[in-house]
Design a binder for this molecule. Sequence first.
Ligand code: GTP
Ligand code: MG
Ligand code: ZN
Length: 292
Amino acid sequence: MRMHGRIIRGIAGFYDVLLDNGDTLTCKARGRFRNEGVTPLVGDLVEVSVPETGYASLDDILPRSNALLRPPVANIDLLVIVLSASVPKPDWLLADKLLIQAHTLGIEQLIVLNKIDSAKQEISDQFHADYTSYRTLLASSRTGAGLDDLKQALTGRISCFAGQSAVGKSSLLNALFPELDLATGELAKKTARGKHTTRQAQLWPYLGGAVLDTPGFSLFELSELDQDALNGCWPEFQGAYERCRFSGCRHIAEPDCAVKDLIKDGKLTNTRYSRYIEIQAEIDQIKKHRYD
Ligand SMILES: Nc1nc2c(ncn2[C@@H]2O[C@H](COP(=O)(O)OP(=O)(O)OP(=O)(O)O)[C@@H](O)[C@H]2O)c(=O)[nH]1
Ligand SMILES: [Mg+2]
Ligand SMILES: [Zn+2]
């Protein structure tokens, strides 16, 4: 019997598929996926079949609307990037890279500053200054602040929670949906870093859509983007980069650069600009080593 559903979690070649009828079925991926170099992803819409005996099998993956590599998930409508207002202190560069990844794949973005119950002033200030051009939300899984707005943002969408370890991704989901009862972790005392409590991307159907909890991570490889694509990734640059004197302006040291003028005009923060420079340099490195 063939059926249709969505992968909600995957462990070592086995995938739990939520069927259209509401049941969950554990399936084994067909060998040909490996031969073809295809990895089924959480979020994938799939065709499965159930034989008389033995495991149900994952036969086909329907075309994806998008696929992220880190976290490894597919068919996402909304990427919820979570930052902490206290500890761990935000990895702003990671947040910007996630924004770029989502933008490039046409995925909506929402930036959540969690732990506002214990916010450090300089973090809140930077958050507000850096992300005026984005959709943002202040929240606390402890006090419940911001949770109604968050719920509204998630309704009817497949949303993926991403960000560093210990920013409170699982805690926010637990606060929204107490029956989830996801494991949450502490920070390591010495390093004030998270301990990577969530190990697996996992999708939960809610609010006419689904929410995806993912493990925090620290490494992130950007994809190769040319200057045009890069210009499109900074909302602050829109309406400006077209006015740079040189059409291929990289906004570093070129004369009459309209992007650098944005800083003087207070429309681009120094912090966002320096991360742009850092990201551009990283992409240059990737291009340089492409054939190594
Ligand atoms: N003060 C405060 N602490 C919070 C809040 N939300 C979560 N925490 C704490 O932050 C720590 C990490 O929370 P988790 O929910 O495990 O973080 P995570 O982002 O899921 O981390 P990983 O699964 O490791 O990626 C726990 O000790 C939580 O109690 C909050 O709103 N305020
Ligand atoms: Mg977690
Ligand atoms: Zn320029």
